[in-house]
Design a protein around this ligand. Structure first.
Ligand code: SAM
Ligand code: DTB
Ligand code: SF4
Length: 334
């Protein structure tokens, strides 16, 4: 049985991260095999329910109002249209549906009431419903939980040390507070970050350290590669090499054995072979659909073919929750 640890040190994580790539992959594959069904991949679908015009200065983001990225700003979508998109995602094989809004934080207004309505409606489709709406108070997290929200995505993005180089309009501690509000409300936590923001190896290790030493590991850890968007300050950043991504995925798998590691933004730049190395190294979740929030993602058919070539199978919705419930019942009966 793999031990789940929350007391990792930076030195330990660095020693894992710096291992020769194939030996790192082998260890990650073993940890993956012990804790997950090998080859099973969770498919999430993303929808931008409110696009652009965001007040924050996240230097990677095409949706920040202060950068001229040519994006058309769109107000909050209508519930009916969102439900239709969720239905389409389900027919396409998705088990999780994630709604994203270009907000700094949630405000207690009619827009939030509408999001709660969307959460209820998507939940009724038997999809794991997820939101990423910016910062949340305890009360807002509770309201989302009551509406049936399954998971909340809120990324720490990078290390505590590098964070200020990327975003100045809210702090690392603000992000961690939202994560604890989400956790307290009993919602599944999805939190990870981005590589390619100009960080060094130490920052990547630092980001994994923050996640792996949270009181409870996030159930899902997205590893995004920067999608450079013209007009954003990071548009000219150099490209992340695939081996750096594999290293990041494998280390996340080893230090957070039970979490889903999501191969997130940046897949369009990866070959099937490179993505295959990531699945081998412990990635077991993707965003599918030809659009992420505002940028392109592999086409439906390309992913279908990849699943066939690599022998991957989609994971059913609520598999983890059902497993947890079963274990609880067995425990109560014993
Ligand atoms: N506004 C909310 C927030 O910031 O939490 C939710 C939406 S925001 C777009 C969700 C996440 O997308 C960010 O935290 C970031 O990690 C990721 N992201 C945004 N732009 C990206 C890009 N160009 N490349 C890779 N990931 C990106
Ligand atoms: C996450 O970690 N990656 C997704 C999701 N969570 C919300 C978003 C990626 C966004 C990439 C840039 C865009 O499409 O706007
Ligand atoms: Fe706004 Fe989120 Fe983009 Fe930052 S990442 S600018 S908070 S939409």
């Amino acid at each position: 049985m793999t031990e789940i640890r929350h007391n990792w040190t930076k030195e330990e994580i660095r020693a894992i991260y710096e291992r020769p790539l194939l030996s790192l992959m082998l260890e990650a594959a073993n940890v993956h095999n012990e804790n997950h069904v090998f080859g099973e991949v969770q498919i999430s679908s993303l929808l931008s329910i409110k696009t652009g015009g965001c007040s924050e200065d996240c230097s990677y983001c095409p949706q920040a109002a202060r950068y001229n990225t040519g994006l058309t700003v769109q107000a909050l979508m209508k519930t009916g249209d969102v439900v239709q998109a969720a239905q389409n995602a389900k027919s396409g094989g998705a088990s999780r549906f994630c709604m994203g809004a270009a907000w700094r934080e949630v405000r207690d207004n009619r827009d939030f009431d509408r999001v709660l309505e969307m959460v209820k409606a998507v939940n009724a489709l038997d999809l794991e419903v997820c939101c990423t709406l910016g910062m949340l108070t305890e009360y807002q997290a509770e309201r989302l939980a009551e509406a049936g929200l399954y998971a909340y995505n809120h990324n720490i993005d990078t290390s505590k040390e590098h964070y200020g180089e990327v975003i100045t309009t809210r702090t690392y501690d603000d992000r961690l507070k939202t994560l604890s509000n989400v956790r307290e409300a009993g919602i599944s936590v999805c939190s990870g970050g981005i590589i390619g923001l100009g960080e060094n190896e130490e920052d990547r290790i630092g980001m994994l350290l923050t996640l792996a030493t949270l009181p409870q590991h996030p159930e899902s850890v997205p590893i995004n590669t920067l999608v450079p968007v013209a007009g954003t300050p990071l548009a000219g950043n150099s490209k992340v090499q695939f081996d750096e991504l594999v290293r990041m995925v494998a280390t996340a798998r080893i230090v957070m054995p039970k979490s889903a590691v999501r191969l997130s933004a940046g897949r369009l730049d990866l070959s099937v072979a490179e993505q295959g190395m990531c699945f081998m190294a412990g990635a077991n979740s993707i965003f599918a659909g030809d659009k992420l929030l505002t940028t392109a993602n592999p086409e439906f058919n390309a992913d279908k073919e990849m699943f066939q070539v690599l022998g991957l199978v989609p994971k059913a919705a609520f598999a983890d929750a059902k497993h947890k419930k079963q274990q609880q019942l067995q425990h109560e009966q014993a």
